[in-house]
Structures are given as structure tokens and as C-alpha cells.
Design a binder for this molecule. Structure first.
Ligand SMILES: Cc1cc2nc3c(=O)[nH]c(=O)nc-3n(C[C@H](O)[C@H](O)[C@H](O)COP(=O)(O)OP(=O)(O)OC[C@H]3O[C@@H](n4cnc5c(N)ncnc54)[C@H](O)[C@@H]3O)c2cc1C
Length: 377
């Protein structure tokens, strides 16, 4: 079985992540036991990583140095693939801890802190170096790193700013982003009971919306998650939606938030919403249309916005020659991870902010392959 784990780690740098958080669709790859029953790959990965110890050994490095900027799932997967290819890898991160969104985006019951610690130890054991509190774009530019002897630079700075809901009242007291909520609980270890209202409304249909909802529910709050489409089209992992509902989280489908209501003290009192429904448009497509005749209010004293994120390019914008898309994400050559600067590549949320965790991991691996091709010429 130890060999099975060794084999798994040749293609999957983060079985702690896929074994716990992978969407069910990945389980549905046709993998069966001798009786013809479907086997859950996620369960096998989790079993292997929790029951067997991988003795990390310093990797044989015979090739050039590569700098990876950002230690989220994309940067980690790229670093692991490059290390396996014989490159010396240094991962730089502006935060004081390693892991990117893995270090705060999941609740302890979904992805325990010790799983991330185990990942970091394994990476360090192979010789991958981590440098924290290093703001790329300020402390160094791509040109600086290339001059210091790195053969290539991979930018994997992920997602940053939470998207605005674009409705009145967003600056009211009691309105917060999912990012802030999760960082308070998972980074700063705050007890949300000390600042969460009794009625919590969460806006968003991705994984973190349900993480926030479950954390709030587990401290006894009345929690409603508002989603635009039907329950069956929520983008989060269906397993996490099911768990949230089983724990008492309410799901309000076909609902469009239109304004945040506030009291005389400037704090949120509710979310004004309209129902949505499917209608056929002139091209025969089913589209969601607002029913503007009926507005209703969901009472709330805390509102958590998990509507989505923009790419984290704040410190990259002054880098000469680096090109961006209209939505501020980093532009890469189509299908490839190479940016407008030679020797500089990009992967993960910074290229496509709506990317899922597993897609970010895959994009890190693909970027590593591109870097390997570039450095082998
Ligand atoms: C709060 C939250 C919860 C999420 N939950 C889920 C989920 O449950 N399921 C799912 O499928 N997807 C989820 N996602 C989406 C998924 O996590 C992201 O797509 C994925 O983490 C992107 O990985 P990444 O490696 O590109 O970036 P990140 O994980 O964002 O890591 C980027 C790293 O780069 C560092 N960095 C940023 N700027 C600089 C700089 N200038 N210099 C140096 N370092 C820098 C950051 O500190 C960070 O550590 C979530 C996203 C967020 C924000």
C-alpha cells in the first residue's frame, strides 16, 4: 500500500486535497472493483494519504532553478511537477504562511490544518524551498529573478478581491466578504459567535458559500444561502451542498439580490430580493429572467458576499511588458501558460479567476510541462 501512495504522488501532488475536496464528478471515472461496483477514487486517495507515510527524500536536482510565485494549489502542483523533473524550485509567497486559499478557504472539518502541514513537510523534505513575506512585483520583478539565475518564473498569485454584488447597501455594517469571514475563522482563529448576527444570509453558489454557511450554522445561527439558479445547478461540490442542507442550512433558489436593507444604525437588516425564472429568449435559449412584480425580503443581521473573485494582480500591474485581460487577469498565449514576457509563465486563478481548486491544480501541472519544454530547448 505504501507503494500505492508513492505511485499516487507521482501524478498527484496534493492527495490530501483531492481526497477530501474533489468534486464527485472526478469519482465517476469508470473505476470498478472485481464485483463491478464503482470505486470512489477520492476515498482511495484519502485512505492512502491518511494511513501510509511517505518518506520524503531530497530530490535529485540536476537542472536549472525555477521560481514559483504563489503557494496555492496551482503553485504547489507546479513546484511538485518541476521538482520531479529535476529542477530546483523556490516558492515565494507574499503571505506569512504557505498554502494560498488552502490555508483559509476550508473549514477545519473539511480540510484540517494538519493536512496542510503534512503537505508542506513533504514538499520541504524533497528540497522545495519556501520563502514567505515576499511580495513579487515589489521585492523583485521577473527580470530580477531571471537575473538571479532562475531559468523561468511561474506566476500563480491566485484570486484576490471579492467581486462586488453591485447593489445598494454593500458598505453597511454586518456586510462582509466570504474571504474576510473565512480568514477571521481559519487564520485569526476568531470565534464567530462574538460578531455573527443571529440571522445570516450568504450570497453565492460556489464551494466557499457553503463553507461559510456551515461554519455559521455550526455556531447555532439561522443561515440561508441565496442562489440565482435551481438547486440542481449550484456550482459547489454537490456533496458539500448536501451536507450543508443536512446540517440545517436553508437554500433559496431562483433568487436575485437587488438591495441590502439597513436600519437607522447603518447596519444590515435584510436582503431585498426578486424571484428569477426561466424564459425562452428570441434565440430559443432558456435564460433566467427577473420577476419584477414581486420583491421580498430575507431578514439578516449578517450578510456574507461570496459572489466570486477577481484575479490577484495588484502588485503585478507595474511590471513592464506584462499584459492583462480586460477583467485584470493575467494574459497568457492561448492554450499555453507563457505570458507576454519571455521565460515568465502563469497558472491558476490569476489567469482564470473562476477556476475550481482541482482546475487550479491541473493548470499548475500544465504550466510545469510548458516550463520544462521551454527550459529543454
Ligand atoms: C475563499 C475561497 C474559497 C474557495 N473555496 C473553493 C472550494 O471550496 N472549492 C473549489 O473548487 N474552489 C474554491 N475556491 C477557488 C479555488 O480555491 C481557487 O481557484 C484556487 O485556490 C486558485 O489557486 P491558486 O493556486 O491559483 O491561487 P491561491 O490559492 O489564491 O494562491 C495564491 C497565492 O499567491 C500569493 N500571492 C498573491 N500575490 C502575490 C504576490 N504579489 N507576491 C507573492 N505572492 C503572492 C497569495 O498569498 C497566495 O498564497 C475558493 C476560492 C476562495 C478565494
Amino acid at each position: 500500500m505504501g507503494q500505492a501512495l508513492e505511485l499516487l504522488l507521482t501524478t498527484n501532488a496534493l492527495p490530501e486535497v483531492t481526497g477530501r475536496l474533489c468534486a464527485e464528478v472526478f469519482e465517476e471515472t469508470l473505476c470498478q472493483n472485481r464485483k463491478g461496483e464503482r470505486i470512489s477514487l477520492r476515498a482511495i486517495e484519502r485512505f492512502l494519504i491518511e494511513h501510509y507515510k511517505f518518506m520524503a527524500r531530497p530530490a535529485k536536482v540536476s537542472r536549472s532553478k525555477v521560481a514559483v510565485i504563489g503557494s496555492g494549489p496551482a503553485g504547489l502542483c507546479a513546484a511538485w511537477a518541476l521538482m520531479q523533473g529535476g529542477y530546483r524550485v523556490t516558492v515565494f509567497d507574499s503571505a506569512s504562511c504557505v498554502g494560498g486559499t488552502l490555508s483559509y478557504s476550508q473549514s477545519e472539518f473539511q480540510f484540517p490544518r494538519q493536512a496542510l502541514d503534512a503537505i508542506i513537510r513533504r514538499f520541504q523534505g524533497t528540497g522545495i524551498e519556501f520563502v514567505t513575506d515576499f511580495i513579487f512585483g515589489r521585492a523583485a520583478t521577473p527580470a530580477d529573478l531571471l537575473e538571479q539565475g532562475f531559468g523561468a518564473v511561474l506566476i500563480a498569485t491566485g484570486v484576490g478581491v471579492t467581486k462586488s454584488l453591485g447593489i445598494d447597501g454593500e458598505s453597511a455594517g454586518g456586510v462582509m466578504s466570504g474571504d474576510d469571514f473565512l480568514k477571521s475563522v481559519n487564520w485569526r482563529r476568531e470565534d464567530p459567535r462574538s460578531w455573527l448576527g443571529s440571522k445570516v444570509v450568504v450570497v453565492g453558489d460556489q464551494g466557499p458559500a457553503f463553507s461559510c454557511a456551515r461554519i455559521a450554522r455550526r455556531v447555532g445561527r439561522d443561515v440561508t444561502v441565496v442562489v440565482r439558479g435551481p438547486e440542481t445547478h449550484v456550482r459547489a461540490n454537490p456533496m458539500f451542498v448536501r451536507h450543508a442542507i443536512e446540517e440545517g442550512v436553508k437554500l433559496k433558489a431562483f433568487t436575485n439580490p437587488v438591495k441590502i436593507l439597513t436600519g437607522p444604525d447603518g447596519c444590515v437588516t435584510g436582503l431585498g430580493c426578486r424571484y428569477l425564472d426561466y424564459r425562452m429568449d428570441s434565440k430559443g435559449r432558456m435564460v433566467l429572467v427577473e420577476d419584477d412584480t414581486a420583491e421580498f425580503t430575507l431578514e439578516a443581521d449578517t450578510l456574507i458576499n461570496v459572489a466570486g473573485w477577481d484575479a490577484n494582480t495588484l502588485f503585478l500591474r507595474d511590471i513592464p511588458g506584462l499584459e492583462f485581460n480586460e477583467d485584470a487577469s493575467l494574459r497568457t498565449k492561448s492554450e499555453f501558460a507563457e505570458t507576454s514576457l519571455r521565460g515568465v509563465f502563469a497558472a491558476g486563478g490569476v489567469v482564470e479567476p473562476e477556476m475550481s481548486l482541482t482546475d487550479a491544480m491541473l493548470s499548475g501541472v500544465r504550466a510545469a510541462q510548458e516550463i520544462e519544454k521551454y527550459l529543454s530547448v
